[in-house]
Design a protein around this ligand. Structure first.
Ligand code: ADP
Ligand code: ZN
Ligand code: MG
Length: 475
């Protein structure tokens, strides 16, 4: 690859989580009986007028704001003309001349690198088409999806590898989910992504691109683009030209196949939609967009790592869902160390939730309860094993930790006198270890702890044992 350079730009479509379709009042619901959620507007009957869904345009501006776009003072809708049976009007209402947002960027984190800024070319609101189902003996059409709100996000070709594209789509998915504008389900097509890719000799700029479609997971996106880069390289190595075309990812075969030569914008005869006035956001509307903007997942992750000292892998997990990050912050606010809260949430809490197949938000564990549990451990009221038992009981019985500790008699007895006696005995038997310790070599601490744990049949609290040893030898 060394002589070559690769360029990847993504075109992402997200289904906005609106109640109704983008230009009519039909429910935007999936899985209903075919052709139930239709009306003269989304079926393209003559003489009917579309009307813009406020929720859809609000979500669009919110995404534009989150992606640092220049937001349109006047968002204009255009007709994109083409014929296909899944679209009864023979045109799709989209945006071309003045989309909701332009010239933005999205920062992503790449493995082993700093963050990378990916420029956003534009974002525009449009309507989805219906679904064509090819059955034996003919094709069936379901227009329930026709006219549902789609937001398209187009990046500049700033991504370099299949891995970059995978990271982008995963972090972008996280963003739109946390913004509450899309459920991000790629298998079901709520988030769809086409990958555009070209290669060229280093320093020569962009090459002739191909567009890869039919990738319904971030992993397939990575595989398809990596495949495509290899394929293009082989062609160039042989002195052959790349054909600009659309290709399909064949998941089973693990390769892309030519589908059609790519049409260009002028083929669509875009022109302004005469039935919809331009959308002009008021200061009040833009104020509400600002209010709805959340701290972006990457910024939050960075803050957790840099300001709260959370480990990177834990910060990843904590910021995957907004509810988890909120839960974590509320636990810390209840007065426990961030490191302890992160370790509990990413460790035992996750494990037990998974086992019970419930989400954190649905469980009977609250930030206050987790903080109380962590404090019980810190104060040595319960040991680690006891604490785990308490956690499970909180989840199963919906009670406060203190109540469970009392009911089950989980308080640790104060057995420091007993442990001190043990330490003295082991010290007597191992004068060399004691000498090492007192001369500043800490290695034997592990030996002492091990001996005492064994002598106590594993019941002693290793942390307590450590501090007793340190106290005894004045370390
Ligand atoms: P088209 O007119 O074929 O749709 P666009 O210029 O609208 O092409 O770009 C579509 C997507 O393809 C964008 O994400 C853009 O970044 C990407 N792209 C455009 N040209 C190239 C290229 N030469 N190599 C890789 N990606 C490209
Ligand atoms: Zn309708
Ligand atoms: Mg284009």
């Amino acid at each position: 690859m060394s002589a070559y350079q690769s360029f990847i730009g993504l075109e992402i479509h997200i289904h906005l989580l609106t109640e109704s379709k983008v230009f009519c009042n039909c429910p935007a619901r999936f899985g209903d009986e075919p052709n139930r959620n239709v009306c003269p507007v989304c079926m393209g009957y003559p003489g009917v007028l579309p009307a813009l869904n406020e929720e859809a345009i609000f979500m669009s501006y919110l995404v534009g704001r989150a992606l640092n776009c220049e937001l349109a003072d006047e968002a204009i809708f255009d007709r994109k003309n083409y014929f296909y049976p899944d679209m009864t009007k023979n045109y799709q209402i989209s945006q071309f001349h003045s989309p909701v947002g332009r010239n933005g960027w999205f920062d992503i984190r790449l493995e082993g690198e700093e963050t990378k800024r990916i420029r956003i070319h534009d974002i525009h609101l449009e309507e989805d088409a219906g679904k064509m189902i090819h059955a034996s003996g003919g094709s069936l059409l379901d227009y329930n999806r026709a006219g549902t709100a789609l937001l398209e996000i187009v990046t500049e070709p700033d991504l370099v590898t299949g891995e970059d594209a995978e990271a982008f789509i995963q972090q972008f998915r996280n963003l739109v989910r946390q913004l509450g504008v899309c459920d991000g389900n790629m298998e079901e097509g709520s988030l769809r992504c086409d990958g555009n890719v070209s290669i060229n000799l280093k320093g020569k700029g962009l090459g002739t691109k191909t567009e890869v479609k039919n990738v319904n997971s971030s992993r397939f996106l990575r595989q398809a683009l990596s495949y495509e880069i290899r394929r293009q390289k082989k062609l160039l190595d042989k002195g052959e030209a790349i054909t600009q075309e659309t290709r399909l990812w064949d998941e089973a075969a693990g390769r892309t196949e030519a589908m059609r030569s790519k049409e260009s914008a002028h083929d669509y005869r875009y022109f302004p939609e005469p039935d919809l006035p331009p959308f002009r956001p008021t200061p009040d509307f833009l104020g509400k967009v600002d209010e709805a903007l959340i701290e972006l997942p990457l910024a939050r992750r960075t803050r957790f790592v840099e300001e709260l000292g959370v480990k990177e892998v834990q910060a990843d997990l904590l910021t995957e869902e907004r509810a988890t990050a909120d839960f974590f912050e509320a636990t810390v606010a209840a007065g426990v160390e961030a490191a302890a809260a992160a370790a509990w949430i990413c460790g035992d809490v996750q494990k037990h939730l998974k086992r019970r197949e419930i989400a954190l938000g649905e469980s009977s564990l609250s930030p206050a309860r987790l903080a109380a549990l962590i404090k019980l451990v810190e104060e040595n009221t319960v040991n680690r094993n006891g604490a785990r038992e308490v956690l499970e009981a909180v989840l199963d019985e919906d009670k406060d930790p203190a109540e469970i500790v009392a009911e089950r008699g989980l308080e640790q007895e104060d057995n420091s006198a007993e442990l001190e006696a043990l330490i003295a005995k082991i010290a007597d038997e191992n004068p060399q270890a004691v000498e090492q310790l007192t001369s500043g070599d800490m290695k034997p601490i592990g030996f002492f702890v091990g001996q005492i744990m064994r002598a106590s049949g594993g019941k002693a609290d290793p942390k307590q044992v450590q501090s007793l040893i340190r106290a005894k030898f004045g370390l």
